[in-house]
Ligand binder design. Structure first.
Ligand SMILES: NC(=O)c1ccc[n+]([C@@H]2O[C@H](COP(=O)([O-])OP(=O)(O)OC[C@H]3O[C@@H](n4cnc5c(N)ncnc54)[C@H](O)[C@@H]3O)[C@@H](O)[C@H]2O)c1
Length: 315
């Protein structure tokens, strides 16, 4: 990585900002773009003096082309997306234009440059409602939300360009990543609610939804391994912690870690949101075998780290 010209799209967002911290540590020459719709400049605080930030929207093809030329980009991490499933239901146009057409723009810019690798942040949402679990990479791809469909469109274009034009494309299908700087979803939702009222925790849905969590620095490790290993090109990999947990168990664990056991009443709304998938359990054999990926942070340790960050940083 040392001295490589790296582009991170969506870099002011949750996962990508952690990857940037790692790339900077490895002395890569990092350029970050984001339209700051959901991302925050504060997420880049740690690495701000060691990278270059430009406010560019991935829907703007010319803006992207200029960055690729000016910075002579060699490796691309493509994270820019609407990453919010309910928002994709509300505004499917923004979702499609960013996730599908934006990915096309990034890939087209890659075709015009001498790229070593492009690593795409895909999603477990591309699988849709599971036909079997654990879900391996050969599971049928039948997304049920506009978000799942637009992420799949981006991935499919990437693989088609790999086969047609030799674009060195890798797709990382992220299940549920959590950690500091995460702007949404269940963990930060629980922490916010418990901060406001430690006596009651409202959980959306029945609590029976199953998820497979991965701490953000482990997700970053998976992206780094995909960059280093030549055999990753042309492949899709699941990224998950490899241990599933129900939302009910997660709520109880969170309450325990916060020291609120016996004080907090947990109750369930019984109703989830449109596009929510009940059971997301990953088969991680492929990434374990091909990339030698092994998560280091267990769920309890990860939640404790998140809690410490939340208490310090979230006002
Ligand atoms: N967090 C997860 O568990 C998870 C799971 C599956 C997939 N992913 C994927 O990982 C990536 C990062 O997700 P995240 O959770 O860090 O979300 P995030 O919202 O924090 O990051 C996405 C970033 O993209 C930026 N962005 C949005 N539209 C843009 C546009 N048109 N042009 C330029 N930038 C734009 C946002 O401002 C934000 O900074 C996304 O591609 C998402 O689909 C995340």
């Amino acid at each position: 990585m040392k001295g490589k010209n790296v582009l991170v799209t969506g870099g002011a967002g949750f996962i990508a900002s952690h990857l940037i911290d790692r790339l900077v540590e490895k002395r890569a020459k990092v350029t970050v773009i984001d339209n700051l719709k959901d991302g925050k400049i504060e997420n880049l605080e740690k690495s701000k003096n060691k990278m270059c930030f430009k406010k560019v929207d991935v829907r703007d093809y010319e803006g992207l082309q200029n960055i690729f030329k000016e910075k002579q980009i060699e490796i691309v991490f493509h994270f820019a997306a609407n990453a919010n499933v309910p928002y994709s239901v509300e505004d499917p146009k923004y979702d499609f234009e960013t996730n599908a057409l934006g990915t096309f723009n990034v890939l087209k810019s890659c075709m015009e440059s001498d790229i070593e690798k492009i690593i795409y942040a895909s999603s477990a949402a591309v699988y849709g409602e599971p036909e079997y679990t654990p879900i391996d990479e050969n599971h049928p791809l039948n997304p049920i939300s506009p978000y799942g469909a637009s992420k799949l469109a981006g991935e499919k274009i990437g693989f088609a360009y790999y086969h047609t034009y030799g674009i060195p494309f890798v797709s990382m299908r992220i299940f549920n990543t959590y950690g500091p700087r995460q702007p949404r979803y269940v963990m930060s939702d629980f922490l916010k609610k418990l901060k406001n009222n430690p006596n009651k925790l409202e959980v959306l849905g029945t609590g029976e939804q199953i998820r497979d969590y991965c701490y953000v620095t482990d997700t970053v490790n998976a992206f780094m391994l995909a960059t280093e290993k030549k055999n990753a090109i042309g492949e899709a990999f699941n990224i998950a912690g490899g241990k599933s947990i129900s939302i009910k168990e997660l709520a109880e664990e969170m309450v325990r870690i916060l020291g609120l056991e016996g004080n907090t009443e947990i109750y369930y709304t019984g109703k989830s949101w449109k596009g929510d998938i009940i059971k997301l359990i990953a088969d991680v054999s492929k990434i374990t075998e091909m990339l030698e990926f092994k998560p280091k942070i267990g769920l309890r340790e990860g939640i404790s780290k998140l809690k410490d960050w939340f208490e310090k940083e979230v006002k």
